[in-house]
Write a protein that binds this ligand. Sequence first.
Ligand SMILES: Nc1nc2c(ncn2[C@@H]2O[C@H](COP(=O)(O)OP(=O)(O)O)[C@@H](O)[C@H]2O)c(=O)[nH]1
Ligand SMILES: [Mg+2]
Length: 235
Amino acid sequence: MEVNAENTTVVIPTYDERENVERMAAAVLAVPGAKILFVDDASPDGTGDVIDSIAKSESRVSCLHRAGKEGLGRAYVAGFARALEEGAQKVVQMDCDFSHDPADLPRLISEDADLVIGSRYVPGGDTPGWPFKRRLISRCGGIFIRTVTGIPLRDPTGGFKCWSAEALKKIDFKSVASAGYSFQLEMNHRAWKAGCSIKEIPIVFTDRVAGYSKISAGIAVESVKIALRLRFGKI
Ligand SMILES: Nc1nc2c(ncn2[C@@H]2O[C@H](COP(=O)(O)OP(=O)(O)O)[C@@H](O)[C@H]2O)c(=O)[nH]1
Ligand SMILES: [Mg+2]
């Protein structure tokens, strides 16, 4: 699929992704016109320096350097603000570990909705290789979130998404409460409540090959807390 992504910025948060950034930059740059904004939280492994050296020779790549690790949600808020300042009409969010396949970008970008969500749980979506326990936690999490908040999404916690600039401006993303991974849920909830058009398209989510996962046991707890706060109007 061919797309013209000149108005699109792909925001990619990085923390210790040295082994992935170069390959990721090349894969996203293969989408004609697309810009990449990495948001690096002073990765101890020197990811930020690797990105800076890519950016020197590639004008479509830039890096927002932050002073320290503040969580995925904070990194995205800063990245979205920068992308909008620079005039992006569409803003994509994507992990740097190839769990989100850059080959899906044209499909995500060309869809017409305020928010397009790459979904693991619509027909055609999948999480190959996940052990039963992980599938169960993710599925039950989704059911819990739908039941508690009422959000009509099959995959309310996924992180591969494309926003229209108008939708981001409308939902006042800078004021989200979530610092970490529950950012995904909170943002989706805002978009839904604001009446944005939301579309879920299938993606296959594969586990990372290089580097290590930054997810921790606290993630599920954070999502439960955020879901309850969303339900009871505390955010
Ligand atoms: N800038 C920044 N990036 C982060 C932070 N935590 C995770 N990331 C990045 O967010 C993406 C998803 O994290 P990952 O560890 O793959 O999470 P998992 O897929 O749930 O295991 C990756 O690109 C990480 O490098 C953070 O605190 N700050
Ligand atoms: Mg990952």
